[in-house]
Design a protein around this ligand. Structure first.
Ligand code: 5GP
Ligand code: MG
Length: 182
């Protein structure tokens, strides 16, 4: 898709916030950190991508890892339009994670509700460890206590789209990050 500075999705206008190059270099750093931390693990960690938002991030991140990993996905939904709602689990994990090292990969931690829900939900299946990875965090909105072990960008409390993140299901295929023009 052409790289443009302003886009329209349905009734809303967005402007460029983070370029493809910036995203790429931050993911390279994240992949290096994760590879280093798990290089001596006896079992490959299981990367659990939270669909659909983490899809592009997940696929770029795992290709840059220099360790063996297993891959799983889980589908939850928490957003309607631009407002956070109730978390719904839309798919099952489908694998046994007991005794395994888990890295949950999501697009963005906003209030932290979704990640908190996933940590509790996956903890009940007795993994050896759980770490969290999110491309973006919004520190001013964060209300939970868990640690975000791996993150690339801290952003202001603004709604963003692109690179997996949607506005009413649109914009996920954009290769850069755009922010809502209020
Ligand atoms: P939380 O549960 O932390 O409040 O929100 C997490 C989920 O809400 C994210 O995984 C993401 O799907 C969605 N979300 C939060 N902030 C944004 C945003 O600025 N833009 C988009 N498109 N989705 C967001
Ligand atoms: Mg999400």
């Amino acid at each position: 898709m052409e790289k443009i500075n302003n886009i329209t999705l349905l009734d809303k206008n967005f402007e460029l916030l983070i370029s493809e190059e910036e995203i790429n270099s931050k993911i390279t750093e994240l992949a290096r950190d994760i590879s280093k931390d798990y290089t001596n693990s006896s079992n490959p960690p299981i990367i659990i991508g939270v669909m659909n938002g983490s899809l592009l991030f997940l696929s770029d991140l795992i290709r840059k890892l220099t360790i063996n990993v297993e891959l799983a996905t889980i589908r939850i939904s928490s957003y309607v339009g631009t407002t956070a709602g109730v978390i719904r689990e839309l798919s099952d994990l489908g694998i046994n994670i007991s005794g395994r090292d888990i890295i949950i990969v999501d697009d963005i931690v906003d209030t932290g509700n979704s990640m908190d829900y996933l940590i509790n939900r996956l903890s009940s299946e007795s993994p050896a460890s759980i770490r969290t990875c999110a491309l973006f965090i919004k520190p001013s909105k964060f209300t939970k206590k868990f640690t975000i072990d791996y993150t690339a960008f801290q952003i202001d409390d603004k709604f963003i789209v692109g690179y997996g993140l949607d506005y009413n299901q649109l914009g996920r295929n954009l290769s850069q990050i755009y922010t809502l023009i209020e």
